[in-house]
Design a protein around this ligand. Structure first.
Ligand code: PLP
Length: 354
């Protein structure tokens, strides 16, 4: 039986995406070839990556606005250094809102000065810092929109005079935003967009080409743009599966359609966390993530019983990250509200028998 998969990543994908991706392994679009063996230079695959790149920009509302979408290797972790390689001449501003931001900061320091303009480390990253000043003499400002591990999410973004760079790995394509406020967005696909093995980069071309250093080809956004995101062999299968997921999202009404569902799922679970005396939320209420709700057991609540109950209910992946403990129920785009209801039912049953 299929499990209710609350895993933080790699993530749940729609059933129809799994089915179409499996069919393409046997025969990709009647080519007589598997998607795993087809040439990335073949017409059949070139049209896949072209459609995926165009569809990302369409869903984000960024067509014809000077942006390029790239499907690269190396995960969001590689973007931590690639961003700095391409954009950091002297000094960059970063907010530190958790493990992933800290790692981004560490890599950027290899390329220049990093000003940490705000941090929520004082409270184990359970909130989003709000009032801070971004020095205007920085090359860019970097933030993390959704802190996967802590379950916090930026609801608004600062107006900046410098390019705005955002790690959206765990909430890409989940909520409507004015995406044109960003100059560079990156996201490892495996949190909300597709399988592991491909990373989305959406970049405004005009911010590139401004640093003096030599950039190795594989690290250079401009090279990848010139080569239509095929400088080297792309992750063919991961790009194709991401395309299937993007098509699914478009059919549902795009980001606005899914945002509505995501908001309802989050409300269902957070209401139970707040109502049920056996649980308490981890993140500050106003900064709660609609993707990764985090919560703990209240004092005295019996962990062994709760763990037994959710496992019996066929739930997978709600243990919290090791740096926070407790629980994290990741509810990415493809998670049906019915699965969230199963978890809420378990929480209520746990209260009844405790
Ligand atoms: C998972 C995650 C990363 C790291 O992604 P990789 O693709 O594994 O390198 C970076 N940032 C955020 C916000 C994440 O959730």
């Amino acid at each position: 039986m299929k499990k209710h998969n609350f895993s933080a990543g790699p993530c749940i994908l729609p059933q129809e995406v799994f089915e179409k991706a499996s069919a393409a392994i046997m025969d990709f679009n009647n080519t007589g070839l598997s998607i795993l063996e087809i040439s990335h230079r073949s017409e059949a695959f070139v049209s896949v990556i072209e459609e995926a790149r165009a569809l990302v920009l369409e869903l984000l509302g960024l067509q014809d606005k000077g942006y390029q979408a790239l499907f690269l290797h190396g995960g969001a972790s590689m973007q931590f250094l690639m961003v700095a390689y391409n954009l950091l001449e002297k000094k960059a501003a970063y907010t530190n809102t958790g493990t992933w931001s800290s790692k981004a900061i560490k890599e950027a320091k290899l390329f220049g000065e990093v000003v940490e303009v705000a941090s929520s480390k004082d409270k184990n990253f359970n909130y989003i810092p709000k009032d801070y000043i971004i020095p205007t003499d920085t090359d860019y400002f970097h933030c993390t929109s959704n802190n996967t591990i802590y379950g916090t999410q930026m609801k608004t973004f600062p107006k900046t005079q410098v390019p705005l760079v955002c790690d959206m790995s765990s909430d890409i394509l989940s909520r409507t935003l004015d995406f044109s406020q960003f100059d560079l967005i990156y996201a490892g696909a495996q949190k909300n967009m597709g399988p592991a093995g491909v990373t989305l980069v959406v970049v405004k071309e005009e911010i590139l080409g401004k640093v003096a250093r030599q950039i190795p080809s594989m690290m250079n956004y401009q090279v990848h743009i010139e080569k239509d995101s095929m400088f080297n062999t792309p992750s063919v299968f991961a790009v194709y599966t991401s395309l299937l997921n993007l098509q699914w999202l478009k059919k549902l009404g795009g980001i606005a359609g899914i945002e509505d569902k995501n908001t309802k799922k989050a409300a269902l679970l957070y209401d139970e966390i707040d109502r049920n005396p056996l649980f308490k939320g981890f993140a500050e209420k106003e900064d709660r993530s609609i993707m990764n709700p985090t919560f703990n057991l209240a004092e005295g609540a019996d962990k062994t019983t709760f763990d037994k109950l959710w496992k019996e209910a066929n739930i997978n992946g709600i243990n919290g990250h090791r740096s926070v403990g407790g629980y994290r129920a990741s509810m990415y785009n493809a998670m049906p509200i019915e699965s969230v209801q199963v978890l809420v039912d378990v929480m209520q049953h746990f209260e009844k028998i405790s």
